[in-house]
Design a protein around this ligand. Structure first.
Ligand code: F6P
Length: 407
């Protein structure tokens, strides 16, 4: 039997449902091999505190959970049911601060680890990767984010639960929308990716779904088309409408907008009034259009992890431990074509950096993906198919480069 290993685990970047389920899976799989797992609190901040002597590394060892539960619940492991992260997370890095970097490397050295499992999104994995390169760490990355925009993986931890949360909020908003014949605009997170808005919009019965990959900006032609959709629905007897807009969709002139849901609701209200005043019979009812905006906000990051996220967490955690057992370090665990696999971490980080430098999303919705086709086939307005944004990251990079060449 090989010598027992000592591995570290941390959660970095914005929290999401399913982080605890990954931690639980890693601890279970590692403990069964006789390995110790050290839970690093608050990501790199915890490493700084370890360097400062504020934590004794052996006090950070994680054990299978539940033996501190009261009464007949002794041994009940509730970890996979809980959102957030028992380790805490951090969405700031210190890559530019040499003093902080030196402390982080020192903190890591004191832990005496064979490998670190970092559960993070694109930005946080990039920061941890860079620190690991400086410190010569063995790393395994596990993708998590409600935005689902980590390259190479079809699924990230937390995405499925967020889709469920948004879908159920859309259900809740439908009946108040119907009762008042209102146009409800729902702003959904996702940073510059539209996966969350697209999936939950379809599942929640939205009439219009606006995502940055298909509708980068809310220019007048887009607002006109949306108003026409609303007018047509009203003619057919559906007086209310449900519109989902991803937070990454930009304003009229391509500028970032803080509360894009609110912004869109106002544009629709103004434009529908103007359409009514044209005297065109098709738009005669449009002055009665009442719009309201709801920003779902951080509620999308909580919620009881769905079965699907718990299963993904278990599969990702197990794969990470297996990779370490095989000595296959510096890998990103991914989900691809129905299986767990892994990818060279450096390759993933290079794509992330390339995209960040160019200001584009590293894992966007592909514009010819199944769910885009599904939305269109169901009659959901997702933008004019004739004015499509680039299809893939590669296409987006080429468009960007072509632009540079023209300058
Ligand atoms: O990346 C996850 C995410 O929830 C995005 O969807 C959102 O734009 C951002 O984080 C919000 O970050 P914060 O919690 O720092 O406001």
């Amino acid at each position: 039997m090989s010598t027992p290993k000592r591995i570290g685990i941390l959660t970095s970047g914005g929290d999401c449902p399913g982080l605890n389920a990954v931690i639980r899976a890693v601890v279970k799989c590692a403990n069964r091999r006789g390995w110790d797992v050290i839970g690093i609190p608050y990501s790199t901040d915890g490493l700084i505190q370890i360097a400062d002597g504020k934590y004794n590394p052996d006090d950070l060892i994680l054990r299978e959970h539940g033996y501190d539960m009261p009464g007949i619940l002794q041994g009940l492991d509730i970890l996979q049911f809980l959102s957030g992260s028992i380790l805490g997370s951090l969405n700031k890095g210190h890559p530019e601060d040499p003093v902080a970097v030196a402390k982080i490397l020192e903190g890591y050295r004191r832990l005496n680890l064979d490998c670190l499992i970092a559960i993070g999104g694109d930005g946080s994995l990039d920061i941890i990767y860079e620190l690991g390169r400086k410190g010569g760490w063995n790393l395994i990355g596990i993708p998590k984010t409600i935005d689902n925009d980590v390259p190479f993986t079809e699924k990230s931890i937390g995405f499925n639960t967020a889709v469920q949360t948004v879908t159920s909020s859309l259900y809740d908003l439908t009946f108040t929308a119907a009762s008042h014949d209102r146009v409800m605009v729902v702003e959904v997170m996702g940073r510059d990716a539209g996966h969350l808005a697209l999936y939950s919009g379809i599942a929640g019965g939205a009439d219009v779904i606006l995502i940055p990959e298909l509708v980068p900006e809310l220019n007048p032609p887009v607002i006109n088309q949306i108003c026409q959709e609303i007018a047509q629905m009203r003619h057919q007897g559906r007086k209310f409408a449900l519109l989902v807009v991803a937070e990454g969709v930009r304003g009229e002139g391509g500028e970032p907008v803080k509360l894009v849901g609110d912004y869109l609701a106002k544009l629709i209200a103004n434009r529908s009034c103007a359409l009514c005043q044209t005297g065109d019979e098709d738009y005669c009812e449009m002055d009665q259009v009442e719009t309201r905006a709801t920003v779902l906000g951080h509620i999308q990051r909580s919620g009881i992890p769905t079965a699907s996220d718990r299963l993904l967490a278990a599969a990702f955690g197990r794969e990470a431990v297996d990779l370490i057992a095989e000595g296959r370090y510096n890998r990103l665990v991914i989900w691809e074509a129905g299986r767990v696999r892994s990818k060279d971490l450096q390759e993933a980080i290079e794509v992330i950096r390339d995209c960040h430098t160019r200001g584009i999303c590293p894992g966007p919705v592909e514009t010819d993906s199944t769910m885009v086709k599904v939305a269109r086939s169901l009659g959901i307005y997702v933008g004019d198919p004739n004015t499509l944004a680039p299809k893939t990251v590669q296409d987006a990079l080429s468009v960007w480069e072509a632009g540079l060449n023209r300058v």
